[in-house]
Design a protein. Structure first.
Length: 452
């Protein structure tokens, strides 16, 4: 039976076509990263309650040992990425939060070893894995959305019995420029992605599975299709080949493009019977359920015009960003280091910032890639409105933030902004529209949390 290829029957509005610069790292096979002398493992690497540390200064820990947990449902435990000795539990740099409590581990250099990659047999008996057990294994392994959102995966896999739960989309679009870690995963370890998708669908109770990939990744499409055929699940999984357009991998845009369904403004995909998981999360589900392996390592793309040897490295969580940049060397001075892609990523200044479960890329940009120069006045060209995939008026929203007009901002759906950066990208006046809007959203979120 042939693998069904769904050529994206639908589409989404807006979006842009930035230079993808994937050629820098896309042909670099996944390799083990350098062995760090110390790991900084934050207690918060997910959306939800921060974990409590379960280890003390001076304690020896083994690779994969539970070092932090929390009783709250929306939370995910944290494990020691490598064996070593706890140096301290203290406030440390964090890529998203700025600072956060973390377990600092001095790595035992005698017991190091990168996570091995056991091969999945194509004849794996998936019938023996029951939904509740899959969710429990996923929770025990500390899985969170590895595409950037960081929502605990066991919570996502728990279906609401009062709502439909018919469609799982595994997101392999990787539409952000520069990033190639998901691409390499699909090319090199497709069986894990497919098995993880089947396990996730079983846990969530969905009938239909799509693996969505942009059409600029023919090798990944081929590799995933071969894995589907090898397992004999051609009738169960469709490969959705979508046009290359940013932000094709945005959850709301992806659902629209693959199924034609629209997630309501302010709503979440399960409201319309859809669950979206990143391909790296699917692969980690296979690790967690088939081998009981906790999430201790992840693949990170180290790239950018300033990087001498771009790479896709499998590294322990907690590895300092600066160490990975040194490992790949710089060919000229870095003007900016961004965690994630240049459209949605976060610029960092501290090289000691650690890799966390959601860090997919380190992009080191040179001067010539930054938009320098003064912001000009808005010339009312409307390009930001055309580019916005959420149908917002970014120019108006940015003005509401500049003028502290919070009621007007809310009336114009500022919270519906997905922070994709398309508006800033197209603005000929160089106005950092997305930056203003993000600031406004953060301010309103703080106001709301103070009131509750
Ligand atoms: S950042 Fe927000 S306002 Fe700007 S294009 Fe994206 S969704 Fe629209
Ligand atoms: S793209 Fe820039 S210049 Fe054009 S309308 Fe939007 S804010 Fe104004």
């Amino acid at each position: 039976m042939e693998v069904a290829i769904n050529k994206g029957r639908f589409s989404f509005r807006g979006g842009v076509h930035p230079a993808d610069r994937k050629e820098l790292a896309q042909d670099q096979a996944i390799l083990p990263g350098p062995i760090p002398s110390q790991l900084v493992v934050p207690l918060s690497q997910h959306i939800g309650q921060v974990c409590r540390p379960l280890v003390k200064k001076g304690q020896l820990v083994q690779q994969g040992e539970l070092i932090a947990d929390q009783d709250a449902y929306v939370s995910a435990p944290v494990h020691a990425p490598m064996a070593g000795k706890v140096k301290e539990v203290s406030l440390q740099p964090h890529p998203v939060l700025g600072r956060c409590m973390a377990v600092v581990i001095e790595v035992d250099q005698n017991s190091v070893g990168q996570a091995d990659q056991p091969q999945l047999p194509a004849d794996l008996d998936l019938a023996k894995y029951q939904p509740e057990k899959i969710r429990q294994d996923v929770r025990n392994a500390g899985l969170v959305g590895m595409g950037g959102a960081g929502f605990p995966t066991h919570v996502k896999l728990d279906p609401n019995p009062n709502r439909p739960h018919d469609t799982l989309i595994v997101n392999g679009c990787e539409c952000e420029p520069y990033i190639t870690c998901d691409y390499r995963l699909m090319v090199e370890r497709p069986l894990k992605v497919v098995v993880g998708a089947l396990l996730a669908a079983k846990a969530w109770g969905s009938r239909q599975i799509y693996i969505a990939i942009e059409d600029n990744k023919p090798k990944a499409i081929q590799s995933i299709s071969n894995a589907i055929r090898a397992i004999g699940v051609e009738g169960r999984i469709e490969v959705a080949v979508l046009p290359t357009r940013y932000p094709q991998g945005g959850e709301r845009q992806l659902i629209r493009a693959v199924t034609g369904r629209i997630v309501p403004t302010g709503g979440i995909p399960p409201m319309i019977g859809v669950l979206v998981l990143n391909v790296a999360t699917a692969s980690a589900i296979a690790d967690a359920v088939v081998w009981s392996r906790p999430l201790t390592h992840r693949i990170v793309t180290v790239t950018g015009s300033a990087v001498a040897r771009p790479a896709n490295l499998e590294v322990p969580i907690g590895t300092p960003v600066g160490q990975l940049i040194d490992h790949c060397s710089l060919k000229h001075a870095a003007a900016r280091v961004v965690l994630g892609g240049p459209m949605m990523g976060i610029a960092i200044a501290d090289p000691n910032t650690p890799i966390i479960k959601t860090t997919n890329a380190i992009v080191v940009l040179g001067d010539h890639e930054l938009r320098m120069g003064q912001q000009g006045p808005c010339i009312r060209c409307g390009r930001c409105v055309d580019a916005c995939p959420e149908g917002l008026n970014p120019s108006l929203l940015a003005r509401t933030v500049q003028q502290y007009a919070w009621d007007l901002a809310k009336d114009n759906f500022i919270t519906a902004c997905i922070e994709c950066g398309c508006c800033s990208y197209v603005c000929p006046a160089g106005i950092e529209l997305a930056g203003y809007i993000k600031t406004g959203k953060a301010f309103l979120a703080r106001q709301t949390s103070k009131k509750t």
